[in-house]
Design a protein around this ligand. Structure first.
Ligand code: 4NP
Length: 151
């Protein structure tokens, strides 16, 4: 799960997905990262933590890290929260870029529409509520799609 800062959107996606993995007894590994380094080592944004807490998703122990090219080797799937993030991932990966592994996260909920999860960084608390809802619905779709597949 990749966004820009790894403090607003992708930590929510990591937290929700980890909960769903546990509930569905899946052996998936999930992590999140940001394309930028501004917030490396920081915990998720207080509003991201607050909305997750409301749904019993604990993201308080997460620490922001930067996306690295090695993530292409480690993960089967790389979900980008937005188009700008996808372009940066493509650029950073250079020859390691694998287009079969990288997708826009919201294309799982709205196929082929190439929508982005809105960046709530300059927003208010209600923007994080909208983002949580979008991410939660998309994670449900992803689990339903892949849960019967063996990796
Ligand atoms: P995120 O949000 O990519 O969802 O973590 C942002 C967090 C910080 C910044 C931009 C987006 N920033 O410019 O510092």
């Amino acid at each position: 799960m990749v966004c820009l800062g790894n403090i607003c959107r992708s930590p929510i996606a990591e937290g929700i997905m980890k909960n769903m993995i546990q509930i569905n007894h899946l052996n998936w590994m999930v992590d999140s990262a940001g394309t930028e380094s501004y917030h490396v080592g920081e915990p998720p944004h207080p509003y991201s933590q607050k909305i997750c807490q409301k749904y019993h998703v604990d993201i308080s122990q997460q620490k922001a890290r930067q996306f690295v090219v090695e993530d292409f080797k480690l993960f089967d799937k790389i979900y980008c929260m937005s188009k700008d993030v996808m372009n940066i991932v493509k650029h950073q990966a250079g020859s390691s870029f694998d287009e079969n592994k990288v997708s826009l996260f919201l294309n799982e909920l709205y196929p082929s529409e190439n929508r982005s999860v809105p960046d709530p960084w300059y927003g208010e608390e209600e923007d994080y509520v909208i983002v949580y809802d979008l991410i939660n619905k998309t994670c449900e779709k992803i689990v339903a799609k892949y849960k019967s597949e063996l990796f």
